[in-house]
Design a protein around this ligand. Structure first.
Ligand code: ZN
Ligand code: ZN
Length: 355
C-alpha cells in the first residue's frame, strides 16, 4: 500500500487550488497577511518568457497572429468585460453573452465577474482611499500591476456583480479562469505545428506561434489595458470636472481601442461609446456597432445630447474635491443617477432574455 507524502499532497493541493480561483479565495480569506502578492510566479514567468522570441525567431505569420490576438482580446476586455459586464451599456442574448465572455476570458485577465466587480468598485470610489488601483492614492506600480495579485484582491466581489453571478456558465468561467487562456495556448501550438507541416513556406513552428501568439501578445495586452488604471488618471486632458483625476488621452485611446477617453467615461459611464465625437477614435464602439448591425447585440446606449454641448473648462491638473460616499459619485451630473454602481441586483435581468 502506497504511503501518501504530505509534501506532495500539499503541492498538488496548491496546484489544484491555483486553477480553482474560488477555492483559492476561500483559502486566503482571513489570512493575516492580506497585502502579500500570491500570483506573481505565473505573471513573472510570462513576462520573462517574452525573451524566448530570440530563441524561436520571427515570422510575419506568427507576428500577425500576435497582433490579431492583441486586438480581438483587447475588444474582449473593453467591449465585453468593461462596456458589457461592468456597465451594461448594451444588451445581448444569453448565448452570445457567453461567447463574449469567452473572448474576454482569453485575455488572461481573470474571470468576467472578478474583473467587472472590481471595476464597479473603481467607479464607486475613484481616486478615493478605497480605490485599489488609484495612481493618486497608491502610485504608478500599484495602479498598473501590483494591485491585482495581492491576497486581499483574489476573491471575486460577488456582492457587486449579482446581476451576472446568477448565470452558472459565467460563474464557471470566473472560477476556473485559466482554462480558456490555456486552451488558447494549446490551439496556438497546434496551429503552429500544422502550418509548419503543411505550409513550411510561412516559416513558423509550434513553439514560435506559441511564443508570439500567446506569450508576447498576452504580455503586451496586459500592459495596454493596465495603462487605463495607471496612466489615464495621470496624463491627458479633462473635459469634465469629474470627482476623480481621469483624463482623455488620444494615444491611450488608440492602443486600447477607445478606453483612453477615460474622462468622458468617468463623467458618463452609461453610454456604449467612450469617444464622444467622431474625431475621438473608439474602435471598440465601431465593433459593437458592427455586431449590432448583425443583430448579435442591441440597445447600445447613446451619449446624451446635453453632454455634447461645450462644457465649463475643467481644472487641468487637479480633480475637483472628491465626494465621500458612493452615492455622491452620481452627484455632479444627473446622468449618473440612474445607475448607482453598488445597487443591489435587479430582480430580473433586463439584458438577457430568459432563454
Ligand atoms: Zn468603467
Ligand atoms: Zn478610472
Amino acid at each position: 500500500m502506497a504511503i501518501e507524502s504530505p509534501v506532495s499532497v500539499n503541492w498538488l493541493d496548491r496546484v489544484i487550488t491555483w486553477f480553482d480561483t474560488h477555492a483559492q479565495a476561500k483559502a486566503e480569506e482571513g489570512h493575516p497577511d492580506q497585502d502579500k502578492w500570491i500570483l506573481p510566479f505565473p505573471f513573472l514567468l510570462m513576462n520573462a518568457s517574452v525573451a524566448l522570441i530570440f530563441v524561436v525567431g520571427f515570422s510575419w505569420t506568427a507576428f500577425s497572429v500576435a497582433v490579431f490576438l492583441y486586438f480581438i482580446r483587447m475588444f474582449g476586455i473593453t467591449g465585453v468585460y468593461h462596456r458589457y459586464f461592468s456597465h451594461r451599456t448594451y444588451k445581448t442574448s444569453r448565448f452570445f453573452q457567453f461567447i463574449l465572455a469567452l473572448v474576454g476570458n482569453s485575455a488572461a485577465q481573470r474571470g468576467p465577474l472578478w474583473w467587472a466587480a472590481h471595476h464597479r468598485h473603481h467607479h464607486a470610489h475613484s481616486d478615493q482611499p478605497e480605490d485599489i488601483h488609484s495612481p493618486k492614492q497608491r502610485g504608478f506600480w500599484e495602479a498598473h500591476v501590483l494591485w491585482w495579485s495581492r491576497r486581499k484582491h483574489v476573491a471575486t466581489r460577488v456582492d457587486l456583480i449579482q446581476d451576472y453571478a446568477k448565470y452558472p456558465e459565467l460563474m464557471f468561467l470566473d472560477r476556473f479562469d485559466s482554462v480558456v487562456p490555456l486552451a488558447m495556448g494549446g490551439v496556438l501550438l497546434a496551429l503552429g505545428a500544422f502550418l509548419n507541416r503543411f505550409y513550411p513556406g510561412l516559416g513558423t513552428s509550434a513553439s514560435q506561434m506559441f511564443v508570439w501568439g500567446f506569450i508576447v501578445s498576452t504580455v503586451v495586452l496586459f500592459n495596454g489595458v493596465a495603462t487605463i488604471n495607471s496612466l489615464s488618471h495621470v496624463f491627458g486632458s479633462r473635459r469634465f470636472q469629474t470627482t476623480d483625476t481621469s483624463r482623455n488621452n488620444w494615444f491611450l485611446a488608440l492602443i486600447t481601442m477607445g478606453e483612453g477617453w477615460h474622462n468622458n467615461h468617468h463623467h458618463y459611464c452609461n453610454s456604449t461609446r467612450q469617444g464622444f465625437y467622431w474625431w475621438e477614435i473608439d474602435i471598440t464602439y465601431y465593433m459593437l456597432k458592427g455586431l449590432a448591425g448583425m443583430g448579435l447585440v442591441w440597445d447600445l446606449k447613446p451619449v446624451p445630447a446635453r453632454l455634447l454641448r461645450p462644457q465649463p473648462v475643467a481644472r487641468p491638473h487637479e480633480a475637483v474635491p472628491a465626494f465621500a460616499s458612493v452615492r455622491a459619485v452620481s452627484a455632479p451630473d444627473a446622468s449618473h443617477a440612474g445607475q448607482p454602481f453598488l445597487a443591489p441586483a435587479p430582480a430580473r435581468s433586463p439584458d438577457v432574455p430568459s432563454s
